[in-house]
Design a protein around this ligand. Sequence first.
Ligand SMILES: NC(=O)c1ccc[n+]([C@@H]2O[C@H](COP(=O)([O-])OP(=O)(O)OC[C@H]3O[C@@H](n4cnc5c(N)ncnc54)[C@H](OP(=O)(O)O)[C@@H]3O)[C@@H](O)[C@H]2O)c1
Length: 599
Amino acid sequence: MISSRRDGADRHALVFGATGFIGRHLVLALGRAGVRVSTANRSPESYRRLVRWLDEHGHGEPPADLRADFTGASLIADGCEDVTEVHNCAGAYRFGMPADEARRANVDGVRAIVAFAARLPRLRRLVHVSGYRVGGQDPSPWSEERRRATYRALGAYEASKAEADAVFQAEAARLGVPWSIVNPPSVIGDAATGESDQYLGLASTLRDLWTGSLAAVPGNARTFVPVVAADYLARFMTLLPEDEAAEGTAYWPLDDATPALPDLLALVAEHYRVKAPRARIPVALVRRLPQRLTKADPETLSFLSEDRYPTASASAFAARHGLAMPDAATTIRRWADHLAAHRFGKAEPLRGAGGRRFTAPAGVRTFEIGGPDAPTLVLPGLPVNADTWAPVVAALGRARAVDLPGLGMSAGHRDDWPSWLSALVRETGARHLVGHSIGAAAAVEAAAAHPEAVERLTLVSPFFLQARPARLTRRASLTRRYLRRVSSETLAMRLTGTAAHAAALESSAADLRRGTVAATAARLLAATASPQWRDELAAGLRRHAGPVHVIVGADDPLTPEGRTLLDALPQVTVTVIAGAGHHPHITHPEEVARAVQRT
Ligand SMILES: NC(=O)c1ccc[n+]([C@@H]2O[C@H](COP(=O)([O-])OP(=O)(O)OC[C@H]3O[C@@H](n4cnc5c(N)ncnc54)[C@H](OP(=O)(O)O)[C@@H]3O)[C@@H](O)[C@H]2O)c1
C-alpha cells in the first residue's frame, strides 16, 4: 500500500550533484513528474553544461541555479524556504583518490547536506545516493582505527562512501531529518538510448573487449557485477519522497537479472561481433598481478564478487508504484553501443554533424555519424573512417557518413556490400551517395543495382578513374601489417603530406588496430588494382543516367582515359580542388562540402 501520494505540483526538489550523471537523469525525471526543481551547483560552468544537456533532452524550463559552497558555513545562502525534498547525488566518484580528498567530498559533503536539510522548514525527505556494496552501514561512529583499516582495505572511494553511509544515517537521526537511501550498483546508460558519459569500472572492461585487449575474464562463473539503467534509478528516486513508507529505508534498486560477468561479457562480445576471452582469471590472482598487466585500478577489484544484494524491498517499492525494470540484456546492448559509438569517451564532439550510432542495414552492424536517415550518405575511402568526414557532414547538413562493412567501426565483409547497399538506398532513404575512393566504387555499384533509388552520385577521388596503386600496395599481407601498426602521424604524412592532420586521423589509426579491419582494408586496397573491377566500375558509371559530380584534388588527377570517359558523359560534371590530393575531405573540408552541394 502507498501510505500517501503527493502531487508533483506541491513538491519543490533541490538536487545536489545535478550536473553529474545520476543528478542529470534525476532532474529530467523530476521534471517529467511535474516536480519543481532547483539545483545546487558549485560553478556557473557546470550549471551551463547541465542546462544545455537538459535542453537537448527535452526538459523545458531550466531549473533554478543555487550556488552551493561546500566550504562555507551555510552551504546555500537562500532560495530554499519552500524546498520539500533534497536529493544528494553529489560526490567524488573516482578511483585512485587520496583518502583526504575522498573524505572531504563524500563524508564532509554528506555531513554538510544533512545539516543544511535539517534547517529547511518544509522538508519532507532527504534522499541520499550511497552504493550497493557500502549501503546498510551500522550508523555508530567510526573509530580512527576502523577508519584506517577500512580505507586501507577498500580504497579511498569505496571506504569514503561506506563512511558517508554511516554518517548520513547517524546525522539524519540526530537532527531529525526524514531520509531515504538508494544503493545503486553500476549505473549504465539510459534504457532507451544507452546514453552514458561514464567510462570507469564495467565500462572500461567493455572498452578492453571492444579493442581486443581483454585477455581474460576476471572472476568466475558466479561473479556478479549488477547494473541499473540511469533513467530507472532516476524514476525510482523521484518516487521516494511521494511515499511515506519509504522514510527511514534504504533500497538496492539493482537488476537481479543482470547476467553474471562472463555471460554479460559474452552478450556484449556477440553484439560487438568480437571474440569474448575464454580464459578466466581468479580475482585473488588479479589482485597479485601488477596493474600494468591487469590495467584495472586495484580499487575496482572489490566489485568483482559473487555477493548478492537485498533487492526485495526495492522490487516491492517499484511494483507498488508501477515502475517496471527495463530488460537487462537490451539495456546492456544499447549502453554498449553508446560507449563504442562514442569511442569510450575519446570521440571528438561532432559540432553540428548530428549523432553517433550503430545501425543494422541488412543485418550488418554499421557505424554511422550524422542525421539518422539523412538523404545524403557518405561512403568513405581507405584507410580512413566515417569520423574523418565529420566536418563535411556538419557543413552539408541533412547528411551522414557510414563505415563500410568490415572497416572503421562497422562489422561485416566485402561480400555484404550488395545487400548492405541495397538496404541503405532502399530502406534508409539514402538518395544522394557521396563515395570517396573505394566508397566511390560502392556508390557506383549501389546506383547500378538500384537506379530507381539513387538520384545523385558524387564521386570524390574515384580510384578507378585514377592511376593504379603502387605495386607494394597490391601485396595485401604487407599492407595489413603496415596498417595495423601505423600511427596517426605517419598516416597523416602518408595521406596528406603533413603531420598536421594527425589528430583527424587518430580514430582511423585506432580502428585499424582492431580485429580484422587492417586485413579488410589491405585486401580492398589490393583489389583497387584489378583491371576487371576498374572496367566494371567505369561501365557502371557510363550506364548511370542520373547526375554525377566527380571531385578530385589537383595533385591527384584523373588519368587521361578517366578524363576522356567523363568528357563523353553529358550527366557528369568535374570539380578540381586546388592544392588537394587523394583525401581532400581531410585537407580541404570546406571546399569539398561546397563542391558536394553543387550538382
Ligand atoms: N555512477 C554510478 O555508477 C554510481 C553507482 C553507485 C553510486 N554512485 C554515487 O552516486 C553519486 C553521483 O554519482 P555520479 O555517477 O552522478 O557522479 P558524477 O557524474 O561524477 O557526478 C558527481 C556530481 O557531484 C559533484 N561533485 C563532485 N565532486 C564534488 C565535491 N567534492 N563536492 C561536492 N560536489 C561534488 C559534481 O559537481 P561538479 O559539476 O561541480 O563537478 C557532480 O554534480 C556519487 O556519490 C557516487 O558515489 C554512483
